[in-house]
Design a protein around this ligand. Structure first.
Ligand code: AKG
Length: 287
């Protein structure tokens, strides 16, 4: 029988300053994972698109297919050598003639245990003239990703996925206690929504959320907000980075999570919205 997960463990986010040179990104990511391990982290996360600048037209050039590819090899090897669970941020993944924004997760033996392909692609026209079209080069994944580990049940979602509450609800329903979100919010939506969404998804599902952002590089074509964050199931920000390259660590406390779920038993309740037949005339409850 599998051993019971520990009540506490340390998570780390490597807030990498992503540059154009893939090899350099991989080498620095490897070094940050090593430093995170030395700080006692058993679950480590890298940022969204940590191998390349965040630009749809660049994704094909940096893409890899499983199981080959330098990034995937580095991730598997790093997880094995450091004996930890590694959520490999995300990379452009090629399968046949399609590309995905995909996160590969490796266990302490270096074995692939999960892959999440971003489901909600970032196709937006924001105020101020900022537009982004991930769908210009990427295809969407098809569902949520939740998996068992020796540390408990973990989910992975990528960036824009966080804006969809029902998607996170489904991950929580499948048992996720910690959801890791590699995400590169920008200088418009980052200050407005990044913390809000990490805290909202944490409190409404009573989970830990771990937001893994790249560091801010003002010279990049897409300027990331940074500010990786770990949020408790009570919506407390328990660790927060600034904009620069850094390693963030925090303690995940599964007893605390259980306690909150017991004292405030939301999952057991069927919400009014799920239970009702839908009064479209807005007459309300029994009027
Ligand atoms: O939702 C946002 O504001 C940012 C999303 C994003 O940058 C992404 O999905 O990569």
């Amino acid at each position: 029988m599998a051993a019971k997960p520990p009540s506490r463990f340390r998570v780390a986010v490597c807030q990498l300053d992503v540059r154009h040179d893939k090899r350099e990104n991989l080498a620095r990511a490897r070094e940050l994972v090593h430093r995170a391990a030395r700080r006692g982290a058993e679950l480590v996360a890298l940022p969204e698109m940590f191998v390349c600048p965040y630009a749809a037209e660049l994704f094909p050039r940096y893409a890899e297919s499983y199981p080959g590819g330098e990034a995937l090899q580095m991730l598997s090897q790093a997880a094995r050598e450091e004996r930890l669970y590694l959520v490999g941020g995300s990379i452009p993944e090629r399968e046949g003639d399609r590309l995905y924004n995909a996160s590969f997760v490796f266990d302490p033996e270096g074995k692939l245990i999960a892959r999440h392909r971003k489901v909600h692609l970032f196709d937006v026209d924001l105020p101020g003239g900022f537009s982004f079209r991930e769908s210009a080069t990427l295809s969407a994944g098809s569902g949520p990703t939740v998996f068992s580990t020796a540390l408990g049940t973990i989910g992975v979602a990528i960036c824009f996925d966080i804006r969809f509450p029902a998607f996170f609800r489904e991950m929580a329903r499948r048992g996720a206690e910690v959801i890791v979100i590699p995400g590169a919010f920008n200088m418009i939506t980052g200050p407005a929504h990044w913390e809000l969404l990490l805290r909202a998804r944490a409190v409404d599902n009573q989970i830990y959320t771990v937001g893994a952002a790249p560091a801010r590089n003002p010279a990049a074509p897409y300027v990331a907000f940074g500010h990786s964050m770990v949020v408790s199931p009570w919506a407390e920000v328990i660790a927060r980075a600034g904009p620069e390259e850094t390693i963030l660590t925090a303690e995940i406390d599964r007893e605390y999570l259980k306690n909150i779920r017991q004292k405030l038993p939301l999952a057991a309740e069927k919400s009014a919205a799920e239970g009702c037949s839908g009064d479209r005339n807005g007459k309300g409850n029994g009027v």
